[in-house]
Design a protein around this ligand. Structure first.
Ligand SMILES: *Cc1c(COP(=O)(O)O)cnc(C)c1O
Length: 362
């Protein structure tokens, strides 16, 4: 018998794939997708070469410990390899943390809106999720703290936050966390940390051994352009990392991902070049959207939440017909907004041209 609480489960709603749009609306011209916060520049060319080379060995199981990659990450981050847990995307690390800490009937806290996957993994484990509304488009740290009770095991914070791009500052976090109960885990999801330009953002690594402890999540899906290979990691105190490594599948990260991630990490020149383009384009798009009379919210991520002063769903549909896929944020509770992932300069130009047409037609 299927567990009763799984009956109403629905699959994660991903951004619309390009081919689906082509089929559904019969669009023949170019299609630009700025919906899933992917990296349109792709990974380092050296990583692609490494994948080709590693393809020759795919008949072998991957290294179950991810030794080389963990060593490289540990060195870069100034932590021990034993404090790192690799996952099939950082999504898997969320799942592992939930499995390790949450028993049926226990509670996890998150903001509303925030990343949908926190809720899914908690519910799939038979736990309860309690959601606290954002305040001024930011995590409401004090309301979250106020919602902690004896059933609470986990508290999720994405920083930068998706879909607003807002951040929590180090000093805010530091004074907040010191008064929390010591027996919960704070999960600090830093999927977009590489795009942050604010020097005051939380330095999460400083809190991995704090009481309560903090587990930091990072990914190769966004800034490193490896979303399709599925690789991310968590940094946490070793006792917790040991448990996650004991309960995960031995070969949870595939061999191509392990190789590509290490090479991508080491190609700092390519990384910086791509990152600079992202940051320049974020500024340029923000200014252009303002000139159109829209209200882009300041973002420290590779996407921008934009207040459009009309139904976001309608604008989303109108842009779809012109071959531009953005994210409709209605499901996030922002019905008069849309979220735009930052594309290449050419993609952003295409988007701005089509947006101008749509706004003029309205
Ligand atoms: C994209 C994203 C991730 C990354 O997930 P992966 O499984 O590493 O691809 C994690 N958290 C948030 C908030 C995200 O938006």
């Amino acid at each position: 018998m299927i567990k009763p609480y799984l009956k109403d489960f629905k699959p994660y709603p991903p951004g619309k794939p390009i081919e689906e749009l082509r089929r559904e609306l019969g669009i023949e011209g170019p299609i630009v997708k700025l919906a899933s916060n992917e990296n349109p520049f792709g990974p380092s060319p050296k990583a692609i070469e490494a994948i080709k080379e590693a393809a020759k060995d795919v008949h072998r199981y991957p290294d179950p410990s991810g030794y080389e990659l963990k060593k490289a990450l540990a060195q870069k981050l100034g932590v021990k390899p034993e404090e790192i847990v690799l996952g099939n995307g950082s999504n898997e690390v969320i799942d592992l943390l939930v499995k390790a800490l949450l028993a049926p009937g226990d509670t996890a806290l998150m903001s509303e809106p925030s990343f949908l996957m926190y809720e899914k993994f908690v519910q799939a484990a038979g736990g309860n999720i309690k959601k606290i509304p954002l305040k001024n488009l930011r995590h409401d740290l004090f309301a979250l703290a106020g919602a902690i009770d004896e059933k609470t095991r986990l508290l999720f914070l994405d920083n930068p936050h998706n879909p607003t791009g807002s951040i929590i500052k180090h000093h805010e976090f530091e004074s907040w966390i010191k008064d929390l109960p010591k027996n919960i885990l704070i999960v600090l999801d830093e999927a977009y940390i590489e795009f942050n330009e604010d020097p005051e953002i939380i330095n999460g690594l400083k809190f991995k051994d704090h009481k309560p402890p903090v587990a930091i999540l990072r990914t190769f899906s966004k800034a490193y352009g490896l979303a399709g290979l599925r690789i991310g990691y968590g940094i946490m105190n070793q006792a917790l990392a040991d448990v996650l490594n004991a309960i995960r599948q031995p070969f949870n990260v595939n061999s191509l991902a392990l190789t590509a991630a290490k090479v991508a990490l080491e190609d700092e020149k390519y990384f910086k070049q791509v990152l600079n383009t992202f940051l320049e384009e974020r500024k340029r798009l923000t200014e252009a959207l303002k000139r159109f009379g829209l209200k882009p919210y300041p973002s420290q991520a590779n996407f921008i939440l934009v207040e459009v002063g009309q139904s976001g769903q309608k604008l989303y549909q109108a842009l779809l017909r012109k071959g531009v896929i953005i994210r409709n944020t209605e499901a996030y509770g922002f019905s008069t907004c849309v979220r735009i992932s930052i594309g290449t300069p050419e993609e952003n130009d295409f988007f701005l041209a089509k947006l101008k047409e749509v706004l003029n037609e309205a």
